[in-house]
Design a protein around this ligand. Structure first.
Ligand code: AMP
Ligand code: MG
Length: 323
């Protein structure tokens, strides 16, 4: 493959994307969480191309994206009452459900599992693309495996240029962190990955207490792998211990990189995030990549409170500094 085209998700772009997908090719597209690398979900050869383009370990299954509940019915064996409550509360939106897979979903998509991860994305262009194809799209994040997830078309281009024929550019992603993943096969929701929809919101909608990974359930397969890491070394620092020499992210932007606490020489690169924890989530991956582009060697990243959306941010940050 040589050239990667970038098109807006207008009528022409969507038609080009749907036709590529139909032929078994890969297309990157915007969602409200991060950009996805899509393939026809019912085509195991296309799914295998996703793993190859990303350099993704074959034991890490893909999320199947549907445009509505009718399409969901083709993907799963049964929609449990718990799943239905969560769908009613959060779809379309950044919540992925684990259910038993139907026989239509090839095992290349689920990495051999009898379960499937499925969600209906909140981004209108993503749903329009699924409708244009007329079938579900299997899509993990459109980054090279292990790299920070892409939240703009430029990020996708940086990782996958020359490896895929088309990127639909719908601008920056509104949420910026990947979906929450909930195992909804039983009576209680089991949270496998934190997202911008919080555990408390999920428990409330489910009208049942939430189980969390580590207590009674294994984590989502992908959470075992090194993840979200830019090429620079990442060090987490509490707000009060901001040091020089790298990038600093803050949840509030005020007082985080206070002049008085900055010893001596200015840091090479500072990015402040204003607008609270939601803005932090939205900007995080882009900031990690920006620091990398600026040639930062050691990156000091400010931590946030480990609750609500902060939980999802801290989960990504901890894994960005492992590895
Ligand atoms: P990504 O879209 O790149 O965030 O990757 C998809 C995530 O969904 C990975 O963390 C996978 O491990 C997780 N996932 C996909 N299918 C399943 C499944 N059947 N059971 C549990 N987790 C899954
Ligand atoms: Mg990913």
């Amino acid at each position: 493959m040589s050239r990667t085209r970038v098109l807006r998700p207008d009528e022409k772009g969507l038609a080009a994307a749907a036709s590529l997908l139909r032929s078994g090719a890969l297309v990157a597209f915007p969602t409200e969480t991060v950009y996805g690398l899509g393939a026809r979900a019912y085509d195991s050869a296309a799914a295998r191309r996703v793993y190859r383009a990303k350099g993704r370990p074959s034991d890490n299954p893909l999320i199947v994206h549907v445009s509505d509940e009718a399409m969901l019915a083709d993907v799963v064996r049964r929609v449990t009452p718990l799943a239905q409550r969560l769908i009613d509360a959060f779809w379309p939106g950044p919540l992925t459900l684990i259910l038993e897979r139907s026989s239509r979903v090839p095992s290349a998509v689920t990495a051999g599992s009898s379960t499937v991860a499925v969600r209906c994305p909140g981004h209108p262009a993503a749903r329009a693309l699924i409708r244009a194809l007329g079938e579900p799209i299997a899509a993990p994040s459109a980054n090279r495996s292990g790299r920070p997830s892409p939240t703009t078309a430029a990020h996708v281009l940086r990782d996958l240029r020359g490896k895929i024929p088309l990127i639909l550019d719908g601008g920056p992603c509104r949420k910026g962190l990947e979906s929450a993943i909930v195992d909804a096969r039983g009576r209680r929701p089991v949270l496998l990955r934190h997202g911008t929809i919080t555990g408390a919101q999920i428990a409330r909608a489910a009208a049942a207490p939430l189980s969390e990974v580590g207590l009674h359930a294994p984590a989502a397969p992908g959470t075992r792998h090194r993840h979200y890491a830019p090429s620079c070394k990442v060090i987490l620092v509490p707000a009060s211990l901001v040091r020089r020499g790298g990038l600093v992210l803050g949840a509030s932007g005020s007082g985080l990189v206070h002049r008085a606490t900055w010893p001596g020489k200015k840091p090479a690169f500072v990015q402040r995030v204003r607008g609270g924890v939601g803005a932090y989530a939205r900007e995080l991956f882009a900031a990690l990549r920006a620091a990398e582009n600026a040639g930062v060697k050691t990156l000091y990243v400010e931590t946030v409170n480990d609750d609500g959306v902060g939980r999802a941010i801290m989960d990504r940050l901890r894994r960005a500094c492992r590895g």
